[in-house]
Design a protein around this ligand. Structure first.
Ligand code: DC
Length: 231
């Protein structure tokens, strides 16, 4: 395919397979994949472990004050074919996708200072192009001039079932109802927050993958990509 290294912005609802899709695209094009949700999750984990969230109550001022102590980095893991996330040098990849973190991450990601710090980092990481970045505000705020913007969605119960399978496969004891509640409440929180709410950029193309296999999604992507690069 073409040598021009563009920015591909993928936004959309929780648990609709954005990361799987983004990772597959990055592998196909030889691009870097950046999971921005992992960055919001890493800050949430740090806040949980350092007493800035207790009994589900998020202490915004404390989180803002601790931001300077949180250094986030990524290192490529060739076994996974994606980058693992580190906080202050500690590998946290396996600890950021628990239901506890999921339940608090919307509140943490609605804090202005948290978003400013992470958006600046994301802009820095993508400045040379050749990236596939997935999140909620990539096409609207982080890279409003991205060449290709995709807005992903899927039926909430389909998404809950997918996330439930992932969590139970890892040994987490959750119920499907609990996961469904989390998916629906995160949609609501992500779309109604004051700063950078989740919304489709005007020039984004919609991919509803409720009934699509990964292969079908990749075939759809190839068409969109060819259109954008003019191949
Ligand atoms: O993609 P994810 O479910 O791992 O993201 C976790 C949370 O982080 C999600 O509830 C919303 C927030 N998020 C965000 O506000 N902005 C982004 N660019 C990425 C994620």
């Amino acid at each position: 395919m073409d040598n021009k290294r563009i920015i591909i912005a993928i936004d959309g609802h929780s648990s609709c397979g954005k990361s799987t899709f983004a990772k597959a695209i990055a592998a196909r094009l030889g691009y870097i994949f950046i999971d921005t949700g992992a960055m919001y999750r890493a800050v949430t984990l740090y806040a949980l472990e350092h007493g800035a969230i207790a009994m589900g109550i998020v202490d915004e001022e404390r989180i803002e004050a601790m931001l300077g102590d949180i250094e986030i980095s990524f290192r490529f893991n060739s076994e996974r074919g994606a980058s693992d996330i580190y906080v202050n040098g500690d590998l946290v990849e396996g600890k950021i996708r628990t239901i506890e973190v999921s339940n608090c991450v919307s509140a943490v990601s609605s804090i202005g200072a948290v978003r400013r710090k992470l958006v600046a980092m994301q802009q820095q990481m993508g400045r040379n192009g050749g990236v596939v970045m997935d999140g909620r505000d990539i096409g609207t705020v982080v890279f409003p001039t991205a060449e290709l913007k995709i807005y992903m969605t899927a039926d909430p119960m389909v998404r809950a079932e997918r996330r439930y399978k992932e969590l139970t496969a890892k040994g987490d004891s959750v119920t499907l109802e609990e996961v469904y509640e989390n998916v629906v409440s995160r949609d609501k929180a992500d779309m109604s927050r004051a700063i950078s709410p989740l919304r489709k950029a005007d020039d984004a193309i919609v991919l509803d993958n409720s009934a699509m296999s990964v292969e079908e999604q990749m075939a759809w992507f190839d068409e969109q990509y060819r259109r954008v690069i003019g191949a």
